[in-house]
Design a protein around this ligand. Structure first.
Ligand code: CO
Length: 132
């Protein structure tokens, strides 16, 4: 079961510009940014005073994410639920017949993550994550 929404992720073409835009328009704070080559992105985590987070993702050249950006343009990419144990949740969801993208957790932008196929969740790419 999920504890809370960990973040909402947005695909962007230019990370620095997008960080500034959200800061300027909504007063978000930049918590950290880093390159996650396994996922083919440069990522920035933005937060609001209540702890809500946005994850901005700029694809690295030649990545799957870059192809997605080309095809679909910028916009919402996924939502992430925080759970206590990603691998346990994957097993539980798999037993329910949910289609998983990741059969096991892997390192994400923050902590261990796994993705669930959008076709099992009303068209929304969904991430499970757990804190380190
Ligand atoms: Co995410």
């Amino acid at each position: 079961m999920a504890n809370r929404i960990a973040h909402i992720a947005i695909l962007v073409s230019n990370l620095d510009e997008a960080v500034k835009l959200y800061e300027d328009l909504f007063g978000t704070r930049l918590d950290m940014s880093k390159t996650v080559s396994e996922q083919g992105v440069k990522a920035a985590i933005l937060s609001l005073a209540d702890g809500a987070k946005l994850e901005l993702l700029e694809p690295l050249p030649g990545s799957n994410m870059a192809r997605m950006l080309e095809k679909r343009g910028e916009g919402l990419h996924h939502i992430a639920f925080e759970v206590d144990n990603v691998d346990k949740e994957l097993d539980r969801l798999s037993e329910k017949g949910v289609e998983l993208i990741d059969k096991k957790s892997r390192p994400g932008v923050e902590g261990m993550v796994a993705f669930i196929h959008p076709k099992s969740i009303r068209g929304v790419l969904t991430e499970l994550c757990q804190e380190d």
